[in-house]
Design a protein around this ligand. Structure first.
Ligand code: SF4
Length: 353
């Protein structure tokens, strides 16, 4: 099967795929999946919160936003050595990628960003793919991360442009796209996806997939999260999504972005092993391992490995999709800290629900 990467999917086409009969949808997605990926290989990644809580943003799903009263305790930036120890642990349980998350609106040049750059150099030298999710970044910051050996940068679109305004009021959709654009000016791969179960319509799910698939090239990785509703956040009473919705979302993402790694992310604790197996069949080929996903619960690695054994799945080796980036040491860097204080937008909309 020859697959051409399309960037002109319409919402109607995506909805038509999403609403196919489940048997036809899974068969189509699985067939497309097999043309670009080994169906028996799933990437295992670990998501580590390197700076927790106290975030000035108002993402309605997030327990790390300072304005919500949740159980999350704010913690300052981890040291490079602490991050290294966590990376070694992650590697020992079979993770090929470490994703480091900091609860920031955007990256500010200064000692904390220098610490992140050193952590990227350190983890890349452990032969793990390094990903960061640090909020909005400028082109110079993206170039400095690339030079340190960053493999991927995560910046989720979260939902459709229309529904995004119901979930976040402190920054705009275009800011998200601008950060992705800044990452694309480097060799770093793009990881961008979203969350279902926030009260959005099916049309919003399709709208998000249209926005992601319209990016040229497609993001190398698309995480599909099911909302984990956390007490104290505005979405605390949101009902869990049904497994069928997750399978439909994964399958549709796989069909419209055939070569992307589709990542089964938050919400796996609410899914049965059989439900997760259906997602793998429908084209999910990446999971996050470890007992925590930043601050929310995640299945135990032993349960994941039991499921892998039952299904005959193997963890993906690091740098399977793209070769390992070179690390340039700080003293040899061709970029310097510009002391940037970019003016990201301050949207004027307010959340109506
Ligand atoms: S999702 Fe990120 S940007 Fe939004 S409140 Fe949470 S930590 Fe802050």
């Amino acid at each position: 099967m020859t697959l051409k990467e399309r960037h002109d999917w319409t919402k109607e086409e995506v909805l038509e795929i999403y609403n196919m009969s489940m048997m036809d949808l899974m068969y189509k997605a699985a067939s497309i999946h097999r043309a670009s990926h080994d169906p028996n290989v799933v990437q295992v990644s670990t998501l580590l919160s390197i700076k927790t809580g106290g975030c000035p943003e108002d993402c309605a799903y997030c327990p790390q936003a300072a304005r919500y009263h949740t159980d999350v305790e704010a913690q300052g930036m981890m040291t490079v050595d602490q991050i290294k120890q966590k990376a070694i642990q992650a590697k020992s349980i079979g993770s090929s990628r470490l994703c480091m998350g900091a609860a920031w609106r955007n990256v500010k040049d200064g000692p904390e960003f220098e610490n992140v750059l050193e952590a990227v150099r350190t983890v890349n030298k452990l032969d793990m793919e390094v990903c960061c999710t640090l909020g909005m970044i400028t082109e110079n910051q993206a170039k400095r991360l690339a030079e340190a050996g960053l493999y991927a940068y995560n910046h989720n679109l979260d939902s459709s442009e229309e529904y995004y305004k119901e979930v976040i009021s402190t920054r705009g959709y275009q800011d998200r796209l601008d950060t992705i654009e800044n990452v694309r000016k480097t060799s770093v791969t793009v990881c961008s996806g979203g969350i279902i179960g926030m009260g959005e319509k099916v049309e919003d799910r399709a709208g998000m997939l249209v926005a992601l698939s319209n990016l040229v090239p497609h993001p190398e990785s698309v995480p599909i999260n099911a909302l984990v509703s956390v007490e104290g956040t505005p979405l605390e009473n949101q009902e869990s999504v049904e497994i069928w919705e997750m399978v439909r979302m994964v399958a549709t993402a796989r069909i419209v972005m055939p070569t992307t790694q589709v990542r089964l992310s938050a919400g796996r604790t609410q899914m049965s092993p059989e439900g997760q197996a259906m997602c793998f069949f429908a084209g999910a080929n990446s999971i996050f391992a470890g007992d925590k996903l930043l601050t929310t619960p995640n299945p135990e690695i032993s349960d994941d490995m039991k499921l892998f054994a039952a299904l005959g799945l193997n963890p993906q080796k690091p740098f399977t999709k793209k070769s390992k980036p070179q690390t340039v040491e700080a003293e040899d860097s061709q970029y310097e800290s510009l002391g940037e204080k970019p003016k990201w937008s301050r949207p004027t909309h307010s959340i109506s629900k």
